[in-house]
Design a protein around this ligand. Structure first.
Ligand SMILES: [Zn+2]
Length: 253
């Protein structure tokens, strides 16, 4: 496969609608994007160039380890967030939230986005995810579906989704703290794609070799929260569909 140059990547990002000076939250599978000039670092550089010096780049940086105290300087990302996000939080100039449900960011709004209050469930109003929305941010899905689109967990909460599955983390004193999280298998998050397209709120294209989708966080939360408000269980598989995670969510009601 052809290696995509950094210049082409920047052009693809701009054509898709990534705004210079904006805030951009990226969820990606590098396997879908590659090969690109400079590898994962080259892709991060292209994202930075498309955003320009006044732009802020953000990526998910939560841990998958709920048995140890989270240390933002040493605790790795959850495996499924991919190698680019795991490389990004370790880079100079990147800041990371000081709690397990972390976001990492670089740029003028990075401190504000990652420095907000620790709220539960993850992605609740005032979380880093919500601050990305408040900052007029965009969400970019690179080679991944909406199941990876964390902003939809905020939309669930805003829309009043009632289910909560049991999760825990270890606090600074070493205690196991339980909390309820609006979680499911997230497969049905893909519904958001059609909702956004119907309102002309989704831009699709190609970045590197990956299918890329870009949306305004504000549009996504507004549109999806309205759907959840109308049908609070819209993101859960039905009881007859044999989905363990969605069943657990439904059993919490
Ligand atoms: Zn499910």
């Amino acid at each position: 496969m052809e290696t995509i140059s950094k210049e082409t990547l920047v052009g693809q990002l701009r054509d898709l609608g990534v705004r210079a000076g904006g805030v951009l939250l990226v969820h990606m599978s590098f396997r879908e994007v590659r090969p690109v000039e400079g590898g994962p670092e080259g892709l991060i550089a292209a994202l930075g160039e498309a955003l320009g010096p006044e732009g802020t780049l953000a990526m998910p940086s939560a841990t998958g380890d709920d048995e140890t105290v989270f240390d933002p300087a040493t605790t790795g990302n959850r495996d499924d967030l991919g190698i680019v996000a795991d490389l990004f939080w370790r880079m100079p100039g990147v800041v990371r939230s000081p709690h397990f449900d972390a976001v990492s960011a670089r740029g003028p709004k990075a401190e504000w986005i990652t420095g907000g209050p620790f709220v539960l469930p993850p992605a609740a109003p005032e979380s880093a995810i919500d601050r990305i929305r408040q900052a007029g941010g965009q969400v970019l899905l690179l080679g991944v579906g909406h199941h990876a689109n964390t902003m939809l967990h905020l939309a669930e909460l805003v829309g009043g989704a009632p289910y909560r599955s049991d999760f825990h983390y270890i606090d600074d004193a070493g205690r196991e703290v339980h909390y309820g999280e609006n979680d499911s298998c997230c497969e049905k998050f893909e519904l958001a794609d059609g909702w956004l397209r119907a309102e002309g709120a989704l831009r699709a294209g190609r970045v590197g070799h990956a299918e890329a989708r870009l949306m305004e966080a504000e549009d996504l939360v507004r549109i999806a929260a309205a759907k959840v408000k109308a049908d609070p269980l819209i993101f859960l598989h039905g009881a007859d569909e044999d989905c363990e995670e969605c069943d657990e969510a439904r059993e919490s009601l």
